[in-house]
Ligand binder design. Structure first.
Ligand SMILES: Cc1cc2nc3c(=O)[nH]c(=O)nc-3n(C[C@H](O)[C@H](O)[C@H](O)COP(=O)(O)OP(=O)(O)OC[C@H]3O[C@@H](n4cnc5c(N)ncnc54)[C@H](O)[C@@H]3O)c2cc1C
Length: 314
């Protein structure tokens, strides 16, 4: 799509042919035809209302669960960056509201500082709340859906919508989630969330729990690498008796350390792929497909990509 096409006026930033690699954890991928950094929810809604419906729109969080392909992304890529999107505020009791651009870690820490327990698990997820909602992110036995009271969002045509969290009372439509998945409309950009903890506690104790979770994580996962976390979903959801895990299947198929170009299966946690320096998105995707084929051959299990692969091949 040519960047000469005229787009609606905005108050935020609209950048043609913006490289997306710096916006992803893997640091790979081609440009967006346009990158839109809306100033606030009104700016986003106005833009979407006026945008030609044939132009595709894709939303990116902080890119910790995506491979942007080498040919980049057609149309407009929206990223919720800056103060208006990252604000986190404690509300009455044990609830907290936050913009969808807020980092999960900052939500967990703000909750802790305000004596709200039950959101510590978010500190283990290096994404934004918008990404956590789309992926129903979770760890240590908790998922986003467990703490979601309600969410606000904007559809591709600029319509604003509100959903209530699973099993929360009220007349609003209910958001449905399953393992690393939500049934929210594909074109929904989540803009704001209301979350709830499950108890109160001493801030220092909750912050200490967060620190302990982070220490444990850094010892078992290559969190300082260019990666995007678990590449494949576990074949069985949490709680399944004798749950099969993707990393064990990958290890058993002899893929630990396997390389394609600059992409490698992590030696530390073999469900993580790593850009060792000069990987392309194609290297990462080919490596992932090689792993899937070897696991299928070895154990008969068809692994499902958890990392989202978006955009055009080179
Ligand atoms: C080291 C490491 C460890 C990880 N550990 C975990 C873990 O323990 N548990 C876990 O669940 N995940 C984990 N992940 C994966 C990742 O952090 C989560 O999936 C995270 O929720 C993605 O958020 P993001 O902001 O990076 O989203 P992105 O990767 O940018 O996008 C992911 C998806 O969310 C959509 N999206 C983003 N923002 C919005 C929005 N505002 N509205 C609607 N859709 C949106 C995107 O379109 C895309 O489909 C890990 C990743 C890394 C790198």
């Amino acid at each position: 799509m040519k960047s000469a096409v005229s787009l609606p006026p905005v108050r935020g930033k609209l950048i043609a042919q913006a490289s997306l690699a710096p916006y992803t954890w893997f640091r790979v991928g081609g440009p967006a035809d346009w990158l839109f950094l809306p100033a606030d929810a009104d700016d986003l809604a106005d833009f979407l209302t006026q945008l030609d419906p044939v132009i595709p729109v894709t939303v990116l969080g902080v890119g910790s669960n995506v491979i942007v392909r080498d040919g980049g992304i057609e149309g407009v890529v929206v990223r919720l960056m800056g103060k208006a999107w990252g604000k986190v505020e404690a509300e009455d009791g044990i609830s907290l509201s936050a913009g969808a651009g807020a980092l999960d870690l900052s939500v967990a820490k703000t909750a802790a500082e305000n004596g709200i327990k039950g959101l510590e698990f978010l500190s283990g997820i290096p994404g934004s709340l918008g990404g956590a909602t789309r992926t129903n992110a979770g760890c240590y036995g908790k998922e986003l859906r467990d703490v979601l009271v309600s969410l606000q969002g904007i559809r591709r045509d600029g319509t604003r919508v509100i959903y209530r969290g699973p099993a929360r009372p009220g007349a609003l439509p209910e958001a449905h989630f399953s393992y690393r998945h939500t049934d929210l409309p594909d074109d929904l950009i989540v803009t704001r969330l209301l979350l709830e903890g499950n108890d109160t506690g001493a801030p220092a104790d909750i912050l200490a729990d967060i620190e302990a979770l982070q220490k444990r994580r850094s010892e078992t996962q290559p969190i300082r690498e260019k990666t995007s976390g678990s590449t494949f979903a576990n074949p069985d959801p949490p709680g399944t008796p004798n749950q099969r895990s993707a990393w064990k299947l990958i290890d058993a198929a002899g893929c630990r350390g396997l390389r394609v170009g600059g992409a490698q299966v992590s030696e530390l946690h073999c469900n993580f792929l790593i850009n060792t320096g000069d990987a392309t998105a194609a290297d990462l995707e080919t490596l992932g497909e090689t792993v899937r084929a070897r696991v299928l051959d070895h154990s008969g299990v068809q692994l499902r990509w958890e990392v989202r692969r978006i955009g055009r091949p080179a």
